[in-house]
Write a protein that binds this ligand. Structure first.
Ligand code: CIR
Length: 253
């Protein structure tokens, strides 16, 4: 169960955030409203939410998930792989120090975005992507092992981040799409497959027995409900324009 979440209000400069999508620029006002609904949803799942101020120096800074990994034993500040985002880590460190006694970090030449890290109990799957390199993953595995946890790497072909295409919904269930449907690393899980035209919804978010699902993906929503989960549907259209999804908008621990 998670008790806490950390989020950051999007800044007006988000309209210049990194994007590989061809969905146009985000509408800032709409993004603020969607972000507020996201915070409400986290609170309705029982989380205490720390809301950080917008940081105009970093257009993508609302995607806090990438700059830290919160584990039961320690918080790990990452070394984000996109140069325009790398400075976000300095802002997150003091915030996490208020919650964690044990802090660790990923350092150059290692790079790692925690959007590439999926927690399954004490095992962490780490996507090797354009943002997360082998050195960053190896550093993370060494840190995890010191705290009685472990890590395993998964090379990515098509996705920005590991969790762009896969989400752990607890109870040994994975929501998967694309390259993860038949991936040998995930053979032991029960899989809920997301259709290619609903691929964005593979980034749904389990929080304390509910699953947050992005609006606009009815077949995926139905499958998640049929698997027995309570669901909360949230419109995150403006974050999707920047390749961001539901998990990217918070740290949960
Ligand atoms: C980026 O490219 O870094 C942002 N525009 C989106 C980050 C999404 N984060 C995530 O998947 N964890």
């Amino acid at each position: 169960m998670f008790k806490n979440a950390i989020v950051r209000i999007p800044c007006p400069e988000m309209i210049e955030g990194l994007s590989s999508a061809s969905l146009g620029k985000p509408d800032y006002k709409k993004a603020l409203d969607q972000h507020a609904s996201y915070v409400d949803a986290l609170q309705s799942c029982g989380l205490e939410v720390k809301v950080l101020k917008a940081d105009s120096r970093f257009p993508d800074s609302t995607f806090v998930e990438d700059v830290a990994l919160c584990t039961p034993g320690c918080a790990i500040v990452t070394n984000p792989g996109a140069p325009s985002r790398n400075g976000e880590k300095q802002e997150m460190e003091p915030v996490l120090q208020a919650f964690y006694e044990r802090m660790e970090s990923i350092t150059a030449p290692g790079t790692l975005d925690a959007g590439d890290v999926m927690m399954v109990g004490k095992l962490f799957y780490i996507g090797l992507s354009k943002r997360t390199n082998r050195e960053g993953a190896d550093q993370l595995i060494r840190i995890l092992e010191r705290y009685g946890m472990s890590g395993s790497t998964v090379p990515l072909n098509d996705m920005l981040h590991l969790k762009s295409g896969i989400s752990y919904l607890e109870q040994n269930k994975l929501l998967v799409t694309g390259e993860f449907n038949d991936h040998p690393a995930f053979a032991g899980f029960q899989k809920i497959e997301v259709d290619p035209d609903e691929a964005y919804a593979a980034n749904s978010l389990w929080i304390n027995s509910a699953v947050l699902v992005p609006a606009g993906f009815p077949r995926t929503l139905k499958k998640i409900k049929q698997a027995g989960y309570q669901t909360i549907v949230l419109d995150v259209s403006e974050f999707r324009k920047l390749d961001g999804g539901l998990s990217c908008l918070s740290l949960r621990f």
